[in-house]
Write a protein that binds this ligand. Structure first.
Ligand SMILES: [Zn+2]
Length: 201
C-alpha cells in the first residue's frame, strides 16, 4: 500500500475520477501540481470553479454558454434562422462549426435515446426543440446525430414528431471519410455514402 499524506491522496482521488485517467496518471498529475508554484494550483482550481459557476445552457438551443440569454450563435444576425441542426452533444457543435460550412442554428439534445442506458426521450432536450418547431419560423431540421443505432433511433423518433408541423426533416449524409479510400470503407458506410449521393454541380 502506497502512503500519501491525506491531502495528496485526496488530490489523486479527484484526478482519478476524470475519464481516461487511471491511478498512475492521477498520481503523476498530483505530483506535478504539487511541484508547481502556488499560483498554478490556484489558477487551476479557480478555472474549474468559474466554469462550473458561469457556464449554463442557452435557453434557445441548449448549447453551453456563458451568462444570461441566448448564446453567441443564437444571437448572431448572420445565421440562417429557418434551419436548425439537431446534435447530441455540445462537442458536435464545435465539430460542425470547425467546418465553417453550416450557417444555420443548432439544437443540442444532451444525449441520445438509449434504452440500454435507460435514457428515454424525457431525459433529453426534446420538449425545448418541439417548442421551437411549434413556435414557427423553422423551415428545415437537419438530424445530425451519429450514424449508430442510438443516433438513428433518435433521428427517426424526432422526425416523426416534427414532420406533422410541415417542417422539412433531413439527415446528414454520412459517407467515405475525406482522405480515406473506398476499398477500406465498411459496408454500412458505403451504403450510406450511396444513399446520400447528390447531383454534382
Ligand atoms: Zn443558443
Amino acid at each position: 500500500m502506497e502512503y500519501f499524506p491525506p491531502a495528496l491522496e485526496e488530490l489523486v482521488e479527484q484526478f482519478a475520477k476524470l475519464p481516461g485517467i487511471g491511478r498512475k496518471t492521477a498520481q503523476r498529475l498530483a505530483f506535478y501540481l504539487l511541484d508547481q508554484p502556488r499560483e498554478v494550483g490556484e489558477g487551476f482550481a479557480q478555472a474549474i470553479l468559474r466554469a462550473k459557476t458561469a457556464i449554463s445552457c442557452c435557453p434557445v438551443c441548449q448549447n453551453l454558454t456563458e451568462g444570461e440569454g441566448p448564446c453567441a450563435i443564437c444571437a448572431s444576425p448572420k445565421r440562417e434562422r429557418g434551419v436548425v441542426c439537431v446534435v447530441a452533444d455540445p462537442k458536435d457543435v464545435v465539430a460542425l462549426e470547425r467546418s465553417r460550412e453550416y450557417q444555420g442554428l443548432y439544437h443540442v439534445l444532451h444525449g441520445v435515446i438509449s434504452p440500454m442506458n435507460h435514457v428515454g426521450p424525457e431525459d433529453l432536450r426534446i420538449g425545448e426543440l418541439m417548442s421551437r418547431v411549434a413556435g414557427g419560423g423553422v423551415e428545415e431540421v437537419i438530424m445530425a446525430t451519429n450514424p449508430d443505432t442510438e443516433g438513428e433511433t433518435t433521428a427517426m423518433y424526432l422526425s416523426r414528431l416534427i414532420k406533422p408541423f410541415g417542417v422539412k426533416v433531413t439527415r446528414l449524409a454520412y459517407g467515405i471519410p475525406v482522405g480515406s479510400h473506398l476499398e477500406f470503407a465498411d459496408e454500412a458506410t458505403l451504403t450510406r455514402a450511396m444513399e446520400g449521393r447528390r447531383e454534382m454541380e
